[in-house]
Design a protein around this ligand. Structure first.
Ligand code: NCD
Ligand code: ZN
Length: 345
């Protein structure tokens, strides 16, 4: 029985770090285990221009623990006013690694996102020319579409037509939650990748709603039926290069999670690697963990694999603090609901 596994150091291809006190409180959780992360730009106000991204990158770097070599990979938040020349210059200088598309109103701080997809066509065409990936939050916002169907409808109504009309555009389907998304990703060429979160490999919608409502399991896209969770497990553990880890670790204070209208997001940064080792072991796929966390993402983003390594060891139950403290109050760490036996050593 395997009791130790060494991986090339993992990266997180979808991460929310926030800003200010929250940034300082949550950044060490990621920087301890991950070499790099794609940093989501949905701040208030959002990271829209190259100048915004430079300033945010500097705030992240100055919040890092002493001696950390963690590298934030910056993104820009696509708006209907985005200037394609600014995007191209930010890419050429090496500042940004992707642009993020939020349908307006789809999720936390997405109000400045896109409502009229034709209006961002010039930016998407320029991105296709220069090979800059578009990270897509794939949910329609049409109130007539049931929230559990919003990802599947987005693929048909928005994503597939957008990719057909912008040949060569490199797209990451972010935090996929359905077998529909797995099947679509598999049916396409290597201009399409997909990230999968830690929590969507663990919970289905019963975990949120059965036996009392569990606000800490509420995130967007919302977890779906068990058959979809199983499709995500198959995809993540398959070793296929198009699937890679994007934790979507999204810290909110408990106060904001536990409101009558609470925030969406699961905070998985502290225990993600322990949970993933458990998931891959349970699915007899520990040999595929490194591809998912450390190899497939760099290949999609045309970046080198990290040189350092990370070792996980199996032993007695590992406990993680249930909360990370911030000056604004505690942030609850995602609880997979079972003991974790793999620790990062
Ligand atoms: C994210 C957040 O809080 O910024 N929330 C979430 O539930 N995942 C936004 C997002 O990625 O949708
Ligand atoms: Zn996210």
């Amino acid at each position: 029985m395997t009791s130790q596994i060494t991986l090339q150091r993992p990266d997180d291809w979808h991460l929310h770090l926030r800003d200010g006190d929250m940034l300082r409180a949550v950044l060490p959780s990621t920087a301890t285990h991950f070499a790099r992360a794609i940093i989501m730009p949905n701040l208030v106000p959002p990271v829209v221009t190259a100048a915004d991204a430079v300033a945010y990158r500097d705030r992240i770097l100055s919040a890092l623990p002493d001696g950390s070599t963690f590298e934030p990979l910056m993104t820009l938040y696509l708006t209907e006013q985005t200037d394609p020349d600014d995007v191209a210059a930010a890419h050429a200088s090496g500042l940004i690694k992707a642009v993020k598309l939020y349908p307006a109103g789809a999720t936390t701080n997405s109000a400045s996102g896109v409502s009229h997809f034709d209006s961002v066509r010039p930016t998407l065409e320029r991105m296709a020319e220069i090979g800059l990936p578009l990270c897509v939050h794939g949910e329609v916002t049409d109130p007539n579409v049931d929230i559990f169907d919003r990802e599947a409808v987005f693929i048909d109504r928005i994503l597939d037509p957008m990719r057909r009309s912008t040949p060569g555009l490199r797209v990451v389907m972010e935090h996929i939650t359905t077998s529909n998304a797995v099947e679509y990703a598999r049916s396409q060429d290597d201009t399409l990748g997909a990230t999968i979160t830690t929590h969507h490999l663990v919970i289905n919608r019963n975990h949120i709603l059965s036996g009392g409502i569990k606000p800490h399991y509420y995130c967007l896209p919302v977890a779906k039926r068990e058959e979809h969770r199983l499709a995500l497990r198959c995809a993540a553990t398959s070793g296929e290069a198009r699937f890679f880890l994007g934790t979507d670790s999204a810290p909110h204070t408990d106060e904001n999670k536990l409101l009558p209208c609470g925030c969406a997001g699961c905070f998985t940064a502290p225990n993600t690697m322990s949970i993933l080792a458990q998931v891959f072991e349970d699915d007899c796929a520990l040999d595929k963990l490194e591809g998912f966390t450390s190899l497939n993402g760099p290949a999609f983003y045309h970046l080198p694999v990290n040189e350092e390594t990370l070792t996980l060891t199996k032993g007695n139950a590992v406990t993680y603090p249930s909360h990370v403290e911030t000056p604004d109050g505690p942030v609850t760490v995602f609880d997979p609901g079972y003991d974790l036996n793999w620790r990062v050593t």
